[in-house]
Write a protein that binds this ligand. Structure first.
Ligand code: IPM
Ligand code: MG
Length: 371
């Protein structure tokens, strides 16, 4: 099958992690006789530097003309530390999510047996965790009216949700629950927020269409605690935009590192795949970032193309690498491998999957002879 993929490397470690995903996708293409064509476009701080615009029109056009989008990371400290900046890299990603109506952000969280001892959480509490966060991505406080007065003494961010916005992601999350352990937990702040009360009303009504799925509710403050205390209770977590942003970083601790978590952002027409982590500027250019979040996002992209065996092989290869200690510095500070080596190892596994292993010595040797 031939597919066109728009690649947005973005900022910081974005280019390094995306390069590994492309290596892995190429290995898949080779093995399964597909052909993936990539078109690279700019977004974020790099786009501001080159064009003055965090989301140039050519980027948007390329995204709309392709079969899927692979995205790296966004953000730069020079904007983070400048609250008065008129344009910000993040506007690129937020603008793209809005323009493509990518309203459903799916963030699976798993505990990896091989990494449990590295998590600050107790192994007995996290082993076997398999949950997925369905985060609404194009509404809420992220996209409400924003204002600051001239004197810089009062600022407003409005949070607004419509029935339709809540309905569409709710249906997707319940359908997902039907294929899993049949439980949806709505995370909100219905004791305080009007928008949360609207979510409850609508989600309760929709739940009647899915009698095989159990629905329960948690206030977000309690959910933040429960994710750490007893994450095994969760199957599908359904939540609004900002709560989903916060609890997904929190939940990544279960997997051992923020760098492990992939995501898919889906709308009715377009789909974008990105790790949940940020641009990690301190690591940029050092070949030390964890590419697994990006590589597993590429696996989600293949699922979206209905290349299910291909996606499964990426996950198998990734598991093999992790289980055998081929991990980056965020996971094992002493015995770590470089970003590019992890990409090589996972691609090599895909090329030789029938052996169920990789001749890592060859990869390391090849690298050392290159150097
Ligand atoms: C994420 C990120 C983004 C968000 C930022 C970079 C705008 O944190 O995808 O979780 O807040 O949605
Ligand atoms: Mg985030």
């Amino acid at each position: 099958m031939q597919k066109n993929i728009t690649v947005i490397e973005g900022d910081g470690i974005g280019p390094e992690v995306v390069a590994q995903s492309i290596k892995v996708l190429d290995a898949i293409a080779n093995r399964f006789n597909h052909s993936f064509d990539y078109k690279f476009v700019l977004m974020g701080a790099v786009a501001i530097d080159k064009t003055g615009n965090p989301l140039p029109q050519v980027t948007l056009d390329a995204c709309m003309a392709s079969d899927a989008i692979l995205f790296g990371a966004i953000g730069h400290p020079k904007y983070d530390n400048d609250p008065s900046a008129k344009v910000r890299p993040e506007q690129g990603l937020l603008g793209l999510r809005k323009a493509l109506e990518l309203y459903a952000n799916i963030r699976p969280v798993k505990a990896y047996t091989a990494l449990q001892h590295l998590s600050p959480l107790k192994t007995e509490n996290i082993e076997g965790v398999d949950l997925v966060i369905y985060r609404e991505l194009t509404g809420g406080i992220y996209f409400g009216k924003k204002e600051i007065n001239e004197a810089n003494t009062i600022a407003i961010d409005e949070c607004e949700y419509s029935k339709e916005e809540i309905e569409r992601i709710t249906h997707i999350s319940f359908k997902a629950a039907q294929t899993r352990r049949k439980k949806v937990t709505l995370v909100d702040k219905a004791n305080v927020l009007e928008t949360s009360r609207l979510w409850r009303l609508i989600v309760k009504e929709i739940a009647l269409d899915y009698p095989d799925v159990v629905l329960d509710f948690l206030f977000v403050d309690n959910a933040a605690m429960q994710i750490i205390l007893n994450p095994k209770q969760f199957d599908v977590i359904l939540t609004e935009n900002m709560f989903g942003d916060i609890i997904s970083d929190e939940a990544s601790v279960i997997s051992g590192s923020l760098g492990m978590l992939p995501s898919a952002s889906l709308g009715n027409k377009y789909a974008l795949f990105e790790p949940i982590h940020g641009s990690y500027p301190q690591a940029a250019g050092k070949d030390i970032a964890n590419p697994i979040g990006s590589i597993l996002s590429a696996a989600m992209l293949l699922d979206y193309f209905k290349m299910v065996d291909e996606a499964a092989l990426i996950r198998e290869a990734t598991n093999w690498a992790i289980t055998n200690g081929y991990v980056t510095k965020d996971i094992d500070e002493k015995n770590f491998y470089f970003t590019s080596t992890i990409g090589d190892i996972i691609s090599e596994y895909i090329n030789n999957a029938e052996h169920g292993s990789v001749n890592v010595d060859n990869i390391l040797l090849r690298k050392s002879t290159v150097i």
